[in-house]
Design a protein around this ligand. Structure first.
Ligand code: A2H
Length: 253
């Protein structure tokens, strides 16, 4: 962890009812997977959510109506940021693992895909963000490779009980143009660097470095309310709109 606090936007991805029977204690609440992102302007291109299969998660009371499924660490941090029903204390209503979350249908803000599914990613860190990540394979090399792994490896899907319908229909959605990399920058850079899988850590770090900076400095929105505008100009506007509409909250650590 760095010395400077990192400020994330937590995207509230609502679990589409009816909830599975394991979740019955949450009946009557609005239940969200809360994904930490640094790129709120990319939410149009979401294809799925990521969870760590063996990760420990909990369903935490944020207020009288809302429950966030996140790591305990994130819940405690949120409790000190006024996002817990009981101030400075997290309340876990239900303990869960990533396996319990795989396959949950979600409705996520701005996403062109009306329903997306929660899928396994093996490289998620449980000491960063909420342990839940939203997937934008057009602009995130990690997301692109993890989705590619699931699409191309039936055995990997079988291992984690992933249905074909949660993965195969979801194509990369072009949302940002970067002159050097085109409309699907993550796919382009992963191809150029010949990245083989989500576990190719060193090359993925390079791919992220290349796309992250260029997306901000040179990117132009291809979709949405600010189509045709520069990413650096509209990023704060999209972020504020998500926060003001209650579809996202700020989180720092
Ligand atoms: B970003 P930083 Cl389109 N484990 O969101 C692994 N990765 C995590 C995580 C965790 N526990 N929590 C958040 N992240 C991801 C969008 C995105 C992101 C795009 C492009 C690049 C990008 C969609 N996924 O991040 O180490 C989240 O993915 C490039 C680094 O705090 C979050 O933003 O800098 C980013 O990593 C935070 O990483």
């Amino acid at each position: 962890e760095g010395v400077q606090p990192q400020e994330y936007v937590l995207i509230k991805m609502e679990v589409v009812p009816p909830l599975p029977s394991k979740f019955s204690v949450l009946e009557g609440r609005r239940v969200f997977l809360a994904a930490a992102t640094l790129r709120p302007e990319t939410m149009y291109g979401q294809t799925n959510s990521w969870v760590l299969p063996d990760g420990k998660y909990g369903a935490y009371e944020i207020n009288d109506t809302d429950v966030f499924i996140i790591t305990q660490r994130a819940a405690l941090n949120l409790a000190y940021q006024k996002l817990s029903r009981v101030p400075e204390k997290q309340t876990c209503l239900l303990e869960l693992t990533g396996h319990d979350l795989i396959g949950l249908p979600l409705r996520s803000p701005l996403s062109f895909n009306e329903i997306i599914y929660s899928l396994p990613m093996l490289t998620i860190l449980t000491d960063k963000g909420t342990g839940i990540v939203t997937s934008v394979p057009s602009d995130s090399p990690d997301d692109f490779m993890a989705l590619q792994d699931l699409k191309s490896k039936p055995a990997l899907r079988a291992k984690f009980g992933v249905n074909d319908e949660w993965v195969l229909p979801f194509d990369v959605v072009p949302i940002i143009n970067i002159p050097e990399f085109g409309d699907k920058s993550a796919e382009k850079v992963c191809g150029d660097l010949k990245i083989k899988s989500q576990n190719d850590k060193e090359k993925l770090a390079e791919a992220k470095r290349l796309t992250y900076l260029k997306g901000f400095t040179d990117g132009t929105m291809l979709v949405g309310e600010f189509s045709g505008k520069k990413v650096q100009d509209v990023k704060p506007l999209i972020k504020n709109a998500l926060l003001e509409s209650g579809q996202a909250v700020k989180y720092s650590e």
